[in-house]
Design a protein around this ligand. Structure first.
Ligand code: MV4
Length: 499
């Protein structure tokens, strides 16, 4: 059973079906006709749309898994994938948890605890406080011994929540109070700690794998520096900045990190890479990541198959123990967001979807014509992955794939992704976590100048295809607020008519 929804379920089902293992999907009411349900051998209703009553409903998930005689549960990513309590319940019920030991989830869940473990394991961490003190006065005293700027971070945090950069010691107290308040509100835990702020890092993560037979390996790095509000949008492997020497050192550190928590299964060690080649442990993700396909493309491995084999007690396969990097792979995440409206999450009907195809093009998605996209769940619609002999070929294939990707009826960030792929700093491989702020601040899609004929054609199309009532605009007037994607000049544009 895959305790998740969307593209990752479709992805896991593919491998299960290849392995001759029956795949059980679960769904919430609005997902009753979703592709991940239609793709499964069996599918069971969990409950209403709200995640707490469906994809996070541990009792219901366990009940379905047992009632259907499942051998194990794959959590995907997000939802309960890093919930040690759920992992323990799965194992207590005699089911196989296709993920890391619950103890590893626990020890990597708190950033302060994770830092301590890494320091003990000799893994480089960012210079900072040891987390024993979390009161503002004590923290301020510790920070006064550090070189500013410093970064205040929430121990229970992740993904950038509860972080405050402090450039001037005079601002430390207010920033610490604010970070503690935000952490308390977001995580119910106001523990914060202080690190030296790395000003222009790259986000480099290493895929690690461990089995119960003493094998601890890494499957190389992924560069994930291009993020928008801590949401990754473009990932790639290999990283243009990782030299063989850096790869060796970071790979060794990643394996040491996995050994330090006696890891099992697939995991990711996140690092910050500074421009002088020094690197620092950031956090460990105890799940299979969204961006795992780029690693699959350059190693030729199936990471989901490896997860299932290791969870079944098998050793990591020889071809994985001897994996080598070959070629280059990029991933672009397609989101139901409107870049013209500051990436506002979109809901609506996917009128028509035509994923790109071609040599070196892979699209992981759970889309179909007529699919209702709701704001209940994560807005990621698809991942476009390309493979090339080298970075340029992977980029060329991605540019073509993004041009060809047709998603009608709901606005997406495809135009934004095209702009990233066309930008000189990206092509030069010159990335840091500030990429979008530095190179594309306030980017908006080109608005299409509509001729009268084009406008008439579009409205006619809206009327015919979407129907006056469903145009998505207030009152249903055709064209009012109805998103229309035009491939004029092969660029994804936005068209909006305010009558
Ligand atoms: C940092 C940092 C600079 N210096 N820590 C962002 C969320 C969490 N993963 C940790 N993050 C950062 N920690 C120090 N000492 C910069 C970031 C950061 C970041 C890291 C990776 C990818 C994107 C990022 C975007 C903003 C900040």
């Amino acid at each position: 059973m895959i305790a998740n929804r969307g593209e990752i379920v479709v992805r896991v089902l593919k491998t299960l079906q290849e392995m001759g293992i029956t795949g059980v999907a679960v769904y919430s009411e609005p997902d009753a006709k979703a592709p991940h349900v239609l793709a499964a051998d069996e599918a069971y209703l969990l409950g209403p749309a709200e995640a707490a009553q469906s994809y996070l409903n541990q009792d219901k998930l366990i009940e379905v898994a047992k009632a259907t005689g499942c051998d194990g549960i794959h959590p995907g990513y997000g939802f309960l994938s890093e919930n040690a309590t759920f992992a323990r319940r799965v194992e207590a019920e005699g089911l196989t948890w296709i993920g890391p030991p619950p103890s590893a989830i626990d020890s990597m869940g708190g950033k302060v605890g994770a830092r301590e473990i890494m320091i003990a394991a000799g893994v480089p961490v960012v210079p900072g406080t040891d987390g024993s003190e979390s009161e503002v006065d004590a923290l301020e005293a510790e920070a006064s011994t550090m070189k500013y700027p410093v970064l205040i971070k929430a121990s229970a945090g992740g993904g950038g929540k509860g972080m405050r950069v402090v450039h001037d010691p005079a601002d430390f107290r207010n920033a610490a109070e604010a970070a503690k308040g935000e952490a308390k509100k977001a995580f119910g835990d106001d523990t914060v700690y202080v690190e030296k702020y790395i000003e222009r890092p790259r986000h480099i993560e290493f895929q690690v794998f461990a089995d119960g037979h003493g094998n601890f390996i890494h499957l190389f790095e992924r560069e994930c520096s291009i993020q928008r509000r801590h949401q990754k949008i473009v990932e790639e492997t290999p990283s243009p900045a990782v030299t063989p020497e850096i790869r060796k050192a970071m790979g060794d550190a990643a394996i040491a990190a996995a050994k330090a928590v006696d890891y099992r299964g697939a995991g990711t060690i996140e690092f910050l890479l500074d421009d002088d080649g020094s690197f620092y442990f950031l956090e460990m993700n105890t799940r299979l990541q969204v961006e795992h396909p780029v690693t699959e493309e350059v190693t030729g491995l199936d990471l989901v198959r490896m997860q299932i084999e290791v969870a079944s007690g098998l050793p990591i396969a020889p071809e994985a123990l001897d994996a080598v990097q070959r070629g280059h792979s990029l991933e672009c995440r397609v989101y139901a967001e409107d870049p013209a409206m500051n990436f506002l999450p979109m809901s609506g009907t996917v009128i028509k979807v035509v994923p790109p195809t071609g040599p070196g093009v892979r699209v992981d998605h759970a889309l179909r014509d007529g699919l209702e996209v709701s704001v209940h769940y994560d807005p990621m619609l698809a991942k476009v992955i390309t493979y090339g002999r080298d970075r340029n070929e992977a980029i060329e294939r991605m540019r073509l794939a993004l041009r060809e990707f047709v998603v009608l009826g709901i606005r997406t960030n495809l135009g934004h992704l095209q702009a990233v792929l066309d930008s000189a700093p990206f092509v030069a491989g010159d990335m840091s976590t500030h990429f979008l702020d530095e190179h594309m601040p306030g980017w908006k899609p080109d608005e299409l100048e509509l001729t009268e004929e084009a406008r008439a054609g579009l409205m006619l199309h809206d009327l015919v295809t979407v129907g006056a009532g469903d145009a998505g605009g207030p009152g249903g007037a055709p064209g009012l607020g109805s998103p229309w994607r035009t491939l004029s000049g092969w660029r994804h544009l936005s068209w909006r008519e305010r009558v």
